[in-house]
Design a protein around this ligand. Sequence first.
Ligand SMILES: Nc1nc2c(c(=O)[nH]1)N[C@H]1C(S)=C(S)[C@@H](COP(=O)(O)O)O[C@H]1N2
Ligand SMILES: [Mo]
Length: 194
Amino acid sequence: MKKRQFLGTAALAGLSGLSTTLPAHAAAPAGPALLTVTGAISKPNRGKFDPARDVMMAKQKIDFEKAHAFDYAALAALPAVTIKPTLEYDAKPHTLRGPLLLDVMQAAGAALRDDTRLILRAVDGYAAAVTVAQARAQRWIVATQMDGTPMALGGLGPLWALCDADRVPELAAIPLAGRYGGAPWALYHIEVRT
Ligand SMILES: Nc1nc2c(c(=O)[nH]1)N[C@H]1C(S)=C(S)[C@@H](COP(=O)(O)O)O[C@H]1N2
Ligand SMILES: [Mo]
């Protein structure tokens, strides 16, 4: 009995000793990270850039000390909004659904000054920037679904940052073929730049 008690106490002491040496961040997602947010954030949930693992990011010259990774479940757990913009590929309205970009930023602890820039980067290297003020005013979302279905990698997914361009006058004024120039499909990385 005494021995078991001692071992229990020792195990607990060991655990608490370990936890104080771990970095103070929440657990990384269980599923594969679909979106990694880096830069000016205060809620990291994984380690800094690791050249042995973050290989595609290395090729795209991405480097960071802090990062918050989201898997599909983490994004799906945030409140979702639905938009119905006309897309240029078939000139028809489609239903895009996902969390607000700024809610995703908030979950990562991103700096959210009006002039903070969010660099939205896609797997093919395409990148576009939106300011926090623009993301708020135009209600940008990180779409996780189109027409009720998750979007494929190789298509427009798995994530697409966009807004309801039909209902944003300055975007609706642009011909359809150029209206989504600022909206990277296959989004996988966002850098928060103050
Ligand atoms: N990942 C990714 N997103 C992108 C692009 C791209 O090349 N790659 N092109 C942008 C531009 S310039 C426009 S006008 C629209 C449509 O481009 P697309 O015909 O290449 O899809 O998507 C935008 N989003
Ligand atoms: Mo474009």
